[in-house]
Ligand binder design. Structure first.
Ligand SMILES: *Cc1c(COP(=O)(O)O)cnc(C)c1O
Length: 229
């Protein structure tokens, strides 16, 4: 497990460095979301022992198997993958966060099927920030006409925006996409009097750019667990 420990320490150093570089002194810190898709429960538990609590999964069946078998009961599970509408009930019942809400229909079903009527389900609206035709997510213009219907849903807390920009090694391009997502959140907050406080953006290869542009949750798989099994 020394590899896991080394990677965990290294990622936390990268986060701290980027955070210092960003000049962000107030506001939200950065939460590391460990993306454990295609990694075993043993690896999840090893990170848990090191203090990691937030884990992200993309494939429902795989996630449910792990969630049901895990004895680490205070793990916070985040669903970050594509959502088919017949899967919303299981997602609403097993996750505390859903980052990949990309259609009004999905938001409606999650709200209706969420079992805990005391506390709302935390969601992020996925935005297709690089305007790729094959990628899921609301466009940055259509979200303005749809968001009011999502705000009205009783059991969801709209915590922020999520994006998976087109991968690039060009730091200027990386930052541009993350900057746009941050601006979009601020515009929506202002126009609809919302208090969204979450920007779920940045992965293994671009987390520094994301943090500099205001990420509050970075989703890291490979750099934390090594290559997926
Ligand atoms: C797999 C995945 C990640 C993690 O990607 P890495 O490059 O392995 O860090 C982050 N976000 C989403 C939505 C993913 O599906």
């Amino acid at each position: 497990m020394t590899n896991t420990r080394n990677r965990f320490v290294h990622i936390n150093q990268r986060i701290e460095q980027a955070f210092t570089q960003s000049g962000r002194s107030t506001g939200n810190p950065v939460t590391l979301l460990a993306v454990s898709k295609h990694h075993s429960l043993e690896k999840i538990h090893a990170l848990y022992e090191l203090g990691q609590r937030d884990f992200g999964e993309s494939y429902l069946q795989e996630a449910l198997t792990k969630i049901n078998a895990s004895t680490d009961s205070d793990i916070i599970w985040h669903f970050i993958g594509p959502i088919q509408s017949n899967k919303t009930k299981d997602i609403a019942q097993n996750f505390q966060w859903v980052h990949s809400v990309d259609r009004l229909k999905i938001a409606r079903r999650l709200s209706a099927q969420y079992p805990d009527k005391a506390l709302p389900l935390n969601i992020c609206l996925q935005i297709n920030i690089s305007q790729e035709t094959q990628k899921s997510g609301f466009s940055s213009s259509e979200i303005f006409s749809i968001i009011e219907e999502i705000i009205d849903l009783p059991h969801l807390a709209i915590r922020g925006l999520m994006a998976i920009p087109k991968p690039t090694d060009n730091v200027t391009q990386q930052k541009k996409a993350f900057h746009e997502l941050n601006e979009l959140m601020q515009q929506l907050n202002k126009q609809f009097k919302l208090n969204m406080d979450t920007l779920s953006m940045g992965m293994s290869n671009d987390l520094e750019s994301a943090i500099i542009e205001g990420a509050t949750i970075i989703r890291v798989g490979t750099a934390l667990f090594g290559p997926r099994e």
